[in-house]
Design a protein around this ligand. Structure first.
Ligand SMILES: [Zn+2]
Ligand SMILES: [Zn+2]
Length: 213
């Protein structure tokens, strides 16, 4: 049984996740912790639960999902994994922060590792099938854990909504296609952890999401 811990961070109210297993191995997804107090909240959770952080993953590399990445990579001495098609988003982090007038505490590392879509991503008994779901950003992925019946889906599908597609590399029809051809192929009872707002399920969004019915 995996533990899914959710934090909500930064002015964009972004959801950050720590997935951990019984032997205290942990994976951090989309660390949006920006302020020092937010970074401390995450670090305290890791310390208090004696977690052994294995890596950081990005569903995509919009600024609100990666404010805390550089801090975590150096503190826990781990690697960052992203989809190669989102490197362009990742590389624009500093420019976009400047555009929003957000000071940067620590510059991103230059070379994240690229996810391989063909094999499950596995750390100990934490296994993710990687779903390629572009549209909100060009290299957006979702992390599906079949055994525990959940998907960490970033800014693709939301409760009663979908990701915005007006940012660079966004594509509305591609996003709809990604959701219908990938996420909606998962079992109805799959819990969807979203990048902003509440959890939902695949079945509920199939039935009720006004953008998709
Ligand atoms: Zn986003
Ligand atoms: Zn976001």
């Amino acid at each position: 049984m995996l533990e899914v811990k959710k934090f909500t961070f930064n002015p964009f109210s972004e959801n950050t996740f720590i997935i951990s297993n019984k032997s205290s191995k942990a994976v951090i997804i989309d660390p949006g912790c920006y302020h020092r107090a937010e970074q401390k909240e995450l670090d305290d959770y890791i310390f208090n639960n004696q977690l052994d952080v294995q890596c950081v993953l990005h569903t995509h590399s919009h600024l609100d999902h990666m404010f805390g990445t550089a801090h975590l990579l150096s503190k826990y001495n781990v690697k960052l994994w992203i989809h190669r098609d989102d490197k362009i988003t990742y590389d624009s982090f500093e420019k976009v922060c400047e555009l929003y007038g957000i000071p940067i505490h620590k510059s991103p590392i230059p070379n994240p590792v690229f996810l391989n879509l063909h094999n499950p991503f596995q750390i100990d008994d934490i296994t993710f099938q990687i779903l390629f779901v572009p549209g909100h950003s060009p290299g957006h992925v979702a992390f599906y854990n079949k055994e525990n019946n959940f998907v960490i889906n970033g800014d693709c599908l939301f409760e009663n909504s979908i990701g915005r597609t007006d940012l660079p590399g966004g594509n509305h029809s591609l996003l709809i296609q990604s959701i219908k051809n990938n996420l909606f192929q998962l079992p109805d009872e799959t819990i969807v952890y979203t990048g902003h707002g509440n959890e939902t399920t695949i079945g509920r969004e199939k039935k009720e999401n006004p953008f998709l019915v």
